[in-house]
Design a protein around this ligand. Structure first.
Ligand code: 13P
Ligand code: SF4
Length: 309
């Protein structure tokens, strides 16, 4: 406990000396979220990065989120505690495969989930997050064919919500959400018969069919906190427990284990630790470094998304 307090104090001192802001995604360890200037979902954190005016952004999340922050802040230093904090969705869509696809289908608008590499963003027409994906697809003229990438579950959910027939969907998946089995949700409902189910749209369609609410991480938290009900089954990464219990300590939240790790933790998000956070603030590395040309190309689709309100 004493050692942890000491590291936390070192981090706060370094953060002040470096004129740094610490942005944390909801899936980070609680001890990191407690030190953050802002906690949020991927859309909220991108908006925070867009408004930032200090020297250093410490992004406690995964690498693609930090790349987005760098694209929006090309002259600032952006660091992540662990360079290996990746994402299975990013890995599922290499930029050269997308370029080859575009060559064969030049008429399609490319709508990319923010969970993509900066190289894929640079090949995209507009980005979306789980919070605004329906709004983004609806913003594209009805006659324009779309490729939605890379998440197949989010893509199918958006297609169903928008009724968009001329939309093709890439075959990527999140190793955390896509491996939640519907039968485990059914068991959790049997065990907690009065609980309501809230699910992230990266979950498979048969899980989403069992949900009372579908939304991004922050949308799930807002819905559970404001809902008059007191008991919930949460179908997303267990890091959201931190905000749920802080904002609604009187309520009960049950998490369902997936088949990937028999847990509900993202192994990439959990690579960041307090020690690595302290070291990255001290050494200003691992640092996101991108060419100006790549950032310029990737900024257009990011800003197009952020302009939608
Ligand atoms: P949010 O957009 O809800 O923050 O989700 C990001 C993510 O990586 C989900 O797995
Ligand atoms: Fe990627 Fe899934 Fe982890 Fe989110 S939870 S960062 S989509 S692997």
């Amino acid at each position: 406990m004493l050692a942890t307090n000491t590291i936390a104090e070192e981090i706060l001192d370094l953060k002040r000396d470096r004129k740094a802001i610490l942005l944390a995604h909801h899936y980070q360890e609680s001890e990191i979220q407690e030190l953050a200037d802002s906690i949020g979902d991927s859309l909220e954190l991108a908006r925070k990065a867009q408004q930032f005016e200090g020297d250093v952004i410490v992004f406690c999340g995964v690498w693609f989120m930090a790349e987005t922050a760098k694209v929006l802040n090309p002259d600032r230093i952006v660091v992540v505690p662990d360079r290996e904090a990746g994402c299975s969705l990013v890995d599922s869509c290499p930029a050269d495969q997308l370029k080859a696809w575009k060559h064969r289908h030049p008429d399609h608008a490319i709508v990319s989930y923010i969970n993509t590499s900066v190289e894929v963003k640079a090949e995209s027409d507009i980005l979306c997050t789980s919070r605004n994906a329906v709004q983004v697809v609806n913003s594209i003229p009805a006659g324009q064919p779309i490729l939605f990438l890379p998440d197949i579950n989010l893509g199918n959910y958006v297609k169903q919500q928008t009724g968009r027939e001329n939309m093709k969907i890439w075959q990527g998946a999140c190793i955390v959400h896509a491996t939640f089995p519907a039968r485990r949700v059914t068991s959790a409902k049997a065990e907690h018969p009065t609980a309501l189910v809230a699910a992230h749209p990266e979950c498979p369609a048969d899980v989403l069919r069992l949900a009372d609410f579908i939304g991004s991480t922050s949308a799930i938290i807002d819905w559970c906190v404001k809902h008059p009900h007191n008991e919930f089954i949460i179908m997303t990464e267990s890091g959201v427990r931190h905000s749920l219990e802080r904002l609604a300590p009187e309520k009960t939240f049950h998490f369902v284990a997936n088949e990937q790790c028999n847990c509900s933790e993202c192994p990439y998000m959990k690579r960041n630790t307090l020690e690595k956070l302290r070291d990255c603030l001290r050494d200003l590395t691992p640092r996101v470094e991108l060419t100006a040309e790549l950032m310029d190309r990737a900024r257009r689709p990011v800003e197009r998304m952020l302009a939608l309100r």
